[in-house]
Write a protein that binds this ligand. Structure first.
Ligand code: 13P
Length: 254
């Protein structure tokens, strides 16, 4: 089994200097006291270069928050997977609910981006999750299966080991209401079943399934122990090293 992965999604927060300092503090702390987890941070595009410089040769990896589905072309305002590799990114987050809901990114868009990102050698954190209305209608697993089926369509067997799935219920993002361990383990078990059915036991059982949505230092230890949780995707609480680092260490201390 792979070691857990903890990712800080910094969304649209921070100047280059803010992000550099935040990244340097995280990298320094993890170098001094290593944690037995993989760690990545996802700054805004404008801070990718300074954060790459700040993390240097440390264990902290670099993630982008989005990319386009072509490697170059006339797409004003977009950034391609090749450009992200060029700047030193290891990962890209795709299908985040803010992209799906605010920017109307469809499952098909996400699938195209997945293929382009894999082609360029990026690893992918693929976000899936239901809205509150969908949960109330008991459609959670149906919605997530659809998101997975379409996004992973082009993920050739060789690509699946480059993909992490992040379950982020839309109603838990930025609300202070995290999903309960029961809700999470139920959905993660459904995702695991989907992966095993689609890619076979050996490959499907290896894919990490992260949880995201109002993770903080208080709830992280319980989330880290929850069945089927192989990592965390952290928003607000990743903006300060003093709240992000205890979350990273919640796996080490289990
Ligand atoms: P919060 O941790 O702020 O709820 O955000 C979660 C998220 O969207 C991470 O990608």
């Amino acid at each position: 089994m792979k070691i857990p992965l903890v990712v800080g999604n910094w969304k649209m927060h921070g100047t280059q200097a803010d992000c550099f300092d935040r990244a340097r503090m995280i990298a320094k702390d993890l170098d001094e006291t290593p944690a037995s987890v993989e760690v990545a941070v996802a700054p805004p595009f404008t801070a990718l270069a300074p954060v790459k410089q700040a993390i240097g040769n440390s264990k902290v990896q670099l993630a982008a928050q989005n990319c386009h589905w072509q490697q170059n072309g006339a797409f004003t305002g977009e950034v391609s997977p090749t450009m992200l590799r060029d700047i030193g990114c290891d990962f890209v987050i795709l299908g985040h609910s803010e992209r799906r809901h605010i920017f109307h990114e469809s499952d098909v868009f996400v699938a195209k981006k997945m293929n382009a990102a894999l082609e360029s050698g990026l690893r992918i954190i693929l976000c899936v999750g239901e809205t509150l209305q969908e949960r109330r209608k008991r459609q959670t697993l149906r919605i997530i299966s659809r998101q997975l089926r379409i996004a992973l369509k082009g993920a050739i067997k060789d690509g699946i080991d480059k993909i992490e799935i992040a379950y982020e219920p839309v109603w838990a993002i930025g609300t202070g209401h995290n999903a309960t361990p029961e809700q999470i383990s139920q959905v993660h078990a459904g995702i695991r079943l989907f992966l095993v059915k689609s890619f076979g036991e050996e490959i499907g059982s290896q894919v990490r399934i992260l949880y995201g949505g109002s993770v903080n230092p208080d709830n992280a230890p319980e989330l880290a122990k929850t069945a089927n949780v192989s990592g965390l995707l952290v928003g607000g609480a990743s903006l300060k090293p003093e709240t992000f680092l205890p979350i990273v260490r919640s796996f080490t201390e289990n």
